[in-house]
Design a protein around this ligand. Structure first.
Ligand SMILES: *Cc1c(COP(=O)(O)O)cnc(C)c1O
Length: 412
């Protein structure tokens, strides 16, 4: 019989917005000065703050990280039918912009050291597809991937990197901020990110021409003429000055949020150290994550039987063992929000016919193997055995202690 707990009165979230007060002042400023538009001082300020924080030369404030990725992919020259190498275990927004431009995502498997794109699989992918010119790389959950290796491979193969740093603002690799390693880079201010504008995103680059192009495309591609003159396709992708006010108020708290998130990560690691689990790993020698989400990976031997269909999951409880489904259901039953690991793109119905390159297993017939309960690639394996824990920076130590006890109880 597994232990029973009182549910939380107030929901403990995975990662919810944390406002500090100055956001509303900048919003009010926009209102009172009537810059209720996609032009204004808040926008100028957040672009400047982004350059100062990350060290990129140019930043263009956009309506979302997805919009920024779209323009980055377009700028990288992706044309209909072009293959593009993409991170596999990531949020769908990393990949969808490739499709907007008619590109064909080819998914690269994940490594176990940082849960990001596996350079060995990437190298293999370039041997299979020598024509690929663009690689879209994400840093999952705020943990920097193997940037040096990936950059080296891309350079040798003449490919442009689009860096999706949507989840990793403030994380560094060898002392350098993520969001500056690609030719075109993206961050997000969506509501659940480390700092937020409620929505919003940013395009980052060191190339003035690229920044100018994105600025132009994002405001309907108007030419310099007395009337609306259009010579290429445009978009309505610019950030609102009201949204920018929220981001402007949040920026000074980025480091505080990271500190809080790191404490949460370390408390989980300590509190769960006697269980047959590990935390989402990072390369502590070369990188400092922003610890956006804390995640668990269950040892294979500690997994009870779990079956996932397309829309639902079942498991068989077993003494001394557990599984992500049991832990997530336990948390949910007590008013705490966890989440499965982002389901790998190569397992998604929309993308499962796309090529997928792995150096794990035999790489073939993986869907059948997966349905039979054995993961033959790292992405599927991490998805099967991993989960995201409640990582809200407003969670108290007492709340987190209770969550740790709930997780432990799943292994009773
Ligand atoms: C959130 C996110 C995005 C998209 O950002 P939006 O601002 O929500 O459009 C892209 N990639 C990753 C990895 C994300 O987590």
């Amino acid at each position: 019989m597994k232990r029973a707990f009182e549910p939380f009165e107030k929901k403990v979230w995975l990662s919810s917005p944390t406002m500090h007060g100055s956001e509303i002042e900048y919003i009010t400023e926009a209102y009172e000065t009537n810059w209720m538009s996609t032009v204004g001082e808040n926008i100028n300020q957040v672009e400047q703050m982004t350059c100062e924080k990350t060290g990129c030369k140019y930043a263009v404030a956009l309506s979302s990280g997805t919009a920024a990725l779209h323009l980055a992919v377009k700028l990288a020259g992706v044309k209909p039918g072009d293959r593009v190498f993409c991170s596999d275990v990531t949020f769908g927004a990393t990949v969808n912009p490739v499709r907007y431009e008619g590109g064909v995502p080819v998914f690269i498997d994940t490594e176990y050291d940082t849960w990001n794109m596996d350079p060995v699989a990437l190298e293999k992918a370039f041997r299979m597809h020598r024509d690929v010119k663009v690689v879209v790389v994400a840093h999952l959950y705020g943990v920097p991937g193997k940037i040096d290796e990936i950059r080296d491979i891309c350079e040798r193969n003449g490919a442009i990197i689009v860096e999706d740093a949507a989840e990793s603002l403030g994380a560094t690799y060898k002392g350098v901020q993520t969001g500056t390693f690609g030719r075109y880079n993206v961050i997000s201010f969506n509501g659940n990110k480390i700092i937020t504008g409620s929505s919003g995103g940013m395009f980052l680059t060191d190339e003035k021409e690229a920044a100018d192009k994105v600025r132009k495309w994002s405001t309907q591609a108007r030419e310099d003429a007395p009337w609306y003159q259009h010579e290429e396709v445009g978009y309505n992708y610019r950030m609102s000055n009201v949204i920018a006010g929220v981001v402007r108020g949040q920026y000074p708290y980025l480091e505080e949020h990271i500190r809080q998130k790191k404490e949460i990560y370390l408390r989980y690691r300590e509190g769960l150290k006697d269980l047959p689990v590990t935390m989402n790993p990072y390369d502590g020698e070369n990188s400092e994550p922003n610890f956006w989400l804390s995640c668990l990976l269950l040892d294979r031997e500690a997994m009870c039987r779990q079956v996932r269909g397309e829309r639902e999951a079942l498991y068989l409880p077993e003494p001394g063992k557990s599984c992500p489904t049991e832990i997530l259901e336990t948390l949910a039953a007590h008013n705490a929000e966890g989440r499965p690991i982002w389901k790998p793109m190569h397992l998604q119905p929309i993308y499962r016919m796309n090529d997928f390159v792995t150096v794990q297993g035999n790489g073939r017939g993986r869907t059948n193997a997966y349905l039979a309960g054995e993961a033959v690639d790292a992405g599927a394996d991490i998805f099967e055995r991993g989960l995201c824990l409640p990582s809200d920076n407003k969670m108290t130590v007492a709340e987190q202690d209770r969550i740790i006890e709930m997780i432990k109880s799943c292994f009773d």
